[in-house]
Design a protein around this ligand. Structure first.
Ligand code: ADP
Length: 596
């Protein structure tokens, strides 16, 4: 078969997406490849398709067992011989795969990077006909990235053991510096370099300052996504547990997932999520990389992630099927300070500085009222136009600006009066004339600024403090003590004014009622979804592997009436049609009859 035929018949797609064909061609021509394409861009196909065009087996290095299993399952569904060898398999199971490899029936072999450190395994590989190597999640190679793995670094040796073979490296997130590092570490030779746009046009990205514990904001967000699948990321395990319990009390089907949960329980939650039996997973970052579920409709963060790379990858798990999805980031200045403190015990000063800088950029991203997509573009070295309609900043009505110079002067004086040795809460307590023990112990109630700002709530002062950070009038020193910057003097002298969005001061958040038009799926979709769930349970595979949400949407739109029309539906190729086509076709005929 030729490439377009394979694309259609085996993968069920009628056209290549941006860069896919270039990537396929590069591999087939034996060129090394570095492809940087956002999550959901369709990277897997770029190596799976050439593998079918070429003789021999493709070795895919992937960081997580769950991820490998998922890929193997998906490929098998399309009738492709894929296997994995990993540490959770028994010796017998592994031997079976070794035999199959020797017999040459395997097209794609998924392994973890550790396996390629074993000389025995390398020697075994040299006896096979390998067409090319794939390094998935290649950013793990780079120390400048965010998920550095020492075993990935050693993959540079592949070029020594297999000097003639092609290496194709893939990642969703790489700054130009990380991309350069990947190329060097893997010793890619004059690679074809394909960088897709960072812009994910089906993702709406928003950030909001967290008010109190952020629960009202979270519920408002989740109410817009009833009965849809999504992930809520929390910072700590305890928070994951508490948030899940809270959401359950509000009738959401939400479960906590983190490193301390027993393996069997974790597996159950993971499977239930894949199979659409639960809607929401409330997780620490322990849940993520392995998630290949295409119909995740939303991702929320309850606090600031450590890097924009992490953030981008996590939000990227939403909307892999290309349908509209939404993300919300809740943050405070306190998050940044807390995470910075946790980095203090890192030995390498240089590495610590890299992390501090990444954290600071993350905070500025959250805080900024510029287009979020454009900001992501700037960070990853890609030119992205202002989105106008796909982010919280662009969708926000223009907000009147309020002159808060006087309040800013009060706040800055407060910092100065306590010797630049105290944190934000203390300064706010001072301005509001609090009788806290700490304040009285230090006799700060005797200072001239004591109580001069008691006309503003704590919350408002927090907003003003944030604005001062954003404008770099204030910095943080040891033990979270606030410090004045050079620029702060200009505000104190009255030569620089401070403005703030009017809606940032003096308002809380209100519960928003569910909106009807936020129920995007119709009855037809639900009928197909029910059938998909039944089939998934019957065959014991995740629902989205049967058919993606996009396929169901297309089915509901087209209501195909015969085999030809079925094959015209997004994501239905011949193999899939053989497996499940009849059942869906029957339902489609029935639904059409009901409509007429
Ligand atoms: P990535 O690895 O880049 O995150 P995937 O390979 O998981 O992305 O693909 C994301 C989704 O896009 C999958 O549901 C896949 O079936 C779909 N997809 C890939 N290529 C195409 C294509 N050419 N046309 C339509 N859908 C595609």
């Amino acid at each position: 078969m030729e490439k377009l035929e394979i694309l259609e018949k085996i993968f069920g797609h009628n056209a290549f997406r941006t860069f896919q064909e270039d990537a396929v061609d590069a591999i087939v021509e034996g060129r090394d490849l570095l492809m940087i394409l956002p999550t959901g861009g369709g990277k897997s196909l770029c190596y799976q398709l050439p593998s079918l065009l070429m003789d021999g087996v493709t070795v895919v290095v992937s960081p997580l067992i769950a991820l490998m299993q998922d890929q193997v399952r998906g490929l098998s569904e399309n009738g492709i011989e894929a296997r994995t060898i990993h540490s959770d398999m028994s010796e017998e199971e592994r031997q079976v795969v070794f035999m199959e490899l020797k017999r040459g029936i395997v097209k794609l072999l998924y392994v973890a990077p550790e396996r390629l450190s074993s000389m025995n395994f390398i020697e075994f590989l040299t006896t096979l006909k390998i067409n090319f190597f794939v390094i998935d999640e290649a950013h793990c190679v780079s120390e400048w990235g965010h998920e550095f793995r020492a075993d990935y670094r050693k993959l540079g040796l592949l070029k020594e053991y297999f000097p003639k073979s092609t290496i194709a490296a893939f990642t969703a997130t790489a700054t130009p510096k990380v991309a350069e590092d990947i190329q060097k570490a893997l010793r890619l030779e004059n690679p074809v370099s394909l960088r897709g746009s960072v812009f994910r046009n089906n993702l709406k990205v928003s950030s909001e300052k967290r008010i109190s514990n952020g629960r009202t904001q979270l519920i408002n967000f989740l109410n817009k996504h009833k009965n849809q699948a999504g992930i809520v990321y929390t910072f700590t395990r305890k928070e994951a547990e508490q948030t899940a319990a809270f959401l359950q009390s509000k009738n959401f089907s939400a479960y906590a997932y983190h490193a301390r949960i027993e393996a069997s329980e974790k597996e159950k939650i993971y499977q239930d999520f894949l199979f659409d039996r639960i809607d929401i997973v409330v997780a620490t970052i322990a849940f993520g990389m392995g998630i290949d579920k295409s119909n995740i409709r939303f991702v929320a963060h309850t606090s600031l992630p450590k890097t924009i790379e992490n953030f981008y990858q996590e939000i990227g798990r939403a909307g892999r099927d290309g349908l509209d999805s939404e993300t919300l980031l809740l943050y405070t200045k306190g998050d940044e300070i807390q995470k910075r403190e946790l980095m203090n015990n890192i030995d390498s000063e240089e590495y610590k500085e890299v992390l501090y800088e990444k954290l600071q950029k993350m905070y500025h991203f959250a805080l900024s009222s510029s287009c979020k997509h454009k900001l992501l573009g700037v960070y990853f070295g890609d030119k992205v136009e202002v989105c106008e309609t796909k982010c919280g900043s662009c969708l926000k009505d223009p907000v009147a600006q309020l002159d808060v110079t006087k309040a800013a002067q009060q706040f800055l004086s407060g910092i100065y009066r306590v010797g630049q040795k105290f944190g934000q809460n203390h300064v706010i307590d001072l301005l509001r004339g609090s009788k806290s023990e700490k304040l009285l112990n230090f006799e700060h109630d005797k200072l001239s600024v004591y109580g001069i700002g008691n006309d503003r709530s704590k919350n408002e002062w927090g907003m003003i403090a944030d604005r001062l950070f954003e404008l770099e009038l204030v910095g943080v020193g040891e033990h979270r003590a606030l410090k004045l910057t050079q620029k702060a003097k200009e505000v104190l002298k009255g030569t620089l004014k401070v403005w703030i969005d009017e809606d940032k001061v003096g308002k809380g958040v209100k519960i928003v009622k569910d909106e009807e038009d936020n129920e995007p799926k119709n009855e037809l979709f639900e009928s197909f979804r029910t059938l998909r769930r039944e089939i998934a349970t019957e065959f014991d595979i995740p629902a989205y592997i049967v058919f993606s949400d996009k396929t169901l949407v297309d089915l509901s739109k087209k209501l195909p009436q015969n085999r030809e029309e079925m094959l015209d539906v997004h994501g239905i190729g011949e193999v899939k049609f053989e497996r499940y086509g009849e059942k869906f076709l029957d339902l489609s005929l029935e639904l059409k009859k009901d409509l007429s």
